[in-house]
Design a binder for this molecule. Structure first.
Ligand code: SF4
Length: 436
């Protein structure tokens, strides 16, 4: 190893919600890049390879280069003078930065929302309405002998979920790994995850709720009509067999993804799955865990919940937090043309929101925080270049099972962190409000 190379052991990959914390990163300190990421999956390797320090301007105002200080002043002026500012994103930044964003929303009486509102928002609503029987991924690895994935494709979206937690690893009470587990996959199509499953249930699109409710009825000893097959595509005998397996396992888990939460039924689907897990605790130990996408979207839920009582879609306009998905969720606020300024942190809504929402975003002043240009930053009035969390910035992130993990950055960036810039904007907002 050359003098200007170092290895960061047990570093964390923040690309997806697995937040694998067993990375050994080889860093070229001259070129400021990671040359090798031992233990990373194909997605993780791409994440580390693409985050080099490139020569972007520290900030842009109206497309012209500016210093970070000038951009902080411009951003604070925009936000203080707005009547209905919104703050959105935060799934790819640290909890420390998220905390500053909530403080800004509070001082401005703004709307604050995270990318949860367009992924597991329905689950967030169901957790509040139904409750949650959950476990850490470590506990699942050590104990679960029946693992059900519902509405997700971990083989492609979370490549190490199977090998680190859900299917193949040997655990304290699962000494033979996959041989000691039964893996069930429920989905509307056969994805690359299907070959890993012992049992694959292909449900008709839009009938997850019916399947879950039928399982609940069978768990409670009720009779189900065999017409369930025509409705859902799953024969009654298959459902009865699954219920037997669920009731007789030692420790079962239902992992659920966006194939369940963002299809017909939404929060009713999530609620039905959570209720099924609760029902099964009359017979055995059963838990339900969402499979989360972005590296710190779970942290965003946690931080916004600590400080407001609600996980996303929160409005401070009356001086206290109110939660109302559909009214205070960013995609809906923008599509109705309601906000007059937007602060977008570490996310790219202009690449995935509806056309009316994007068109409104193009009409109002937008402030963005990103390590590199994005579709949203290109339409921003003020665009900050910030350092990448986990690679350049220390701090805390939450794994998808709500376990906090401390980041070990690989090399320094010339750009400030999201937390530094948000803190500066918050302090300037307080000065401007005090002087008003
Ligand atoms: S599974 Fe996710 S967190 Fe783990 S290495 Fe792959 S991309 Fe990174």
């Amino acid at each position: 190893m050359s003098e200007n190379t170092k290895v960061v052991e047990n570093a964390t990959c923040t690309f997806c919600g697995c937040v694998c914390d067993d990375m050994d990163l080889t860093v070229d300190l001259d070129e400021h890049r990671i040359t090798k990421a031992k233990n990373a999956c194909v997605l993780g390797r791409a994440w580390f390879a693409e985050h080099t320090v490139e020569a972007y301007p520290a900030a842009l105002i109206d497309g012209k280069e500016a210093t970070t200080e000038e951009a902080v002043e411009a951003a604070a002026q925009i936000l203080v003078n707005a009547r209905f500012p919104i703050i959105y994103g935060m799934s790819d930044t640290t909890c420390e930065a998220q905390k500053q964003a909530v403080a800004i929303a509070n001082y401005l009486r703004a709307n604050i929302d995270t990318t949860t509102s367009v992924c597991h928002g329905p689950s967030g609503m169901a957790f509040q309405g139904v409750g949650e029987s959950s476990a850490t991924l470590g506990e699942i690895k050590n104990r679960a002998d029946l693992v059900i994935y519902w509405g997700g494709n971990p083989a492609e979206a979370h490549p190490r979920h199977f090998t680190r937690y859900g299917v193949t690893p040997k655990g304290m009470y699962i000494p033979n790994g996959k041989k000691d587990r039964t893996m069930v996959l429920v989905d509307v199509r056969e994805t690359p995850s299907a070959p890993v499953a012992d049992i694959f249930l292909r449900v008709k699109p839009g009938t997850d709720f019916e399947v879950l409710w039928a399982l609940r009825a069978l768990v409670k000893g009720r009779t189900i009509d065999s017409s369930i097959e025509e409705k859902t595509g799953i024969p009654l005998e298959t459902l009865e067999d699954l219920v037997e397996r669920m009731k007789s396992c030692q420790f079962g888990v239902l992992f659920f993804g966006m194939g369940l939460t963002m299809t017909r039924g939404r929060h009713f689907n999530s609620g039905a799955l959570l209720a099924l897990a609760s029902d099964l605790n009359e017979f055995t130990h059963f838990v339900a865990n969402p499979v989360r996408g972005h590296g710190n979207v779970t942290g965003a839920d946690n931080v916004v919940s600590w400080q407001t009582g609600y996980p996303f879609g929160v409005n401070f306009n009356r001086g206290y937090p109110r939660f109302n998905p559909g009214e205070f969720t960013t995609a809906d606020v923008l599509a109705r043309g309601e906000a007059d300024a937007a602060c977008i942190i570490a996310s790219d809504p202009a690449s995935n929101f509806s056309r009316p929402a994007i068109e409104h975003l193009m009409k109002i002043p937008v402030i963005t925080f990103d390590p590199k240009p994005s579709v949203t930053s290109k339409l921003a009035k003020v665009a900050f270049t910030t350092a990448t969390y986990g690679i350049n910035v220390p701090g805390t992130v939450y794994r998808m099972d709500d376990v906090p993990i401390t980041l070990r950055p690989a090399f320094e960036s010339p750009y400030p962190s999201d937390e530094d810039v948000l803190t500066a904007i918050k302090n300037r907002i307080l000065e401007l409000k005090a002087a008003a």
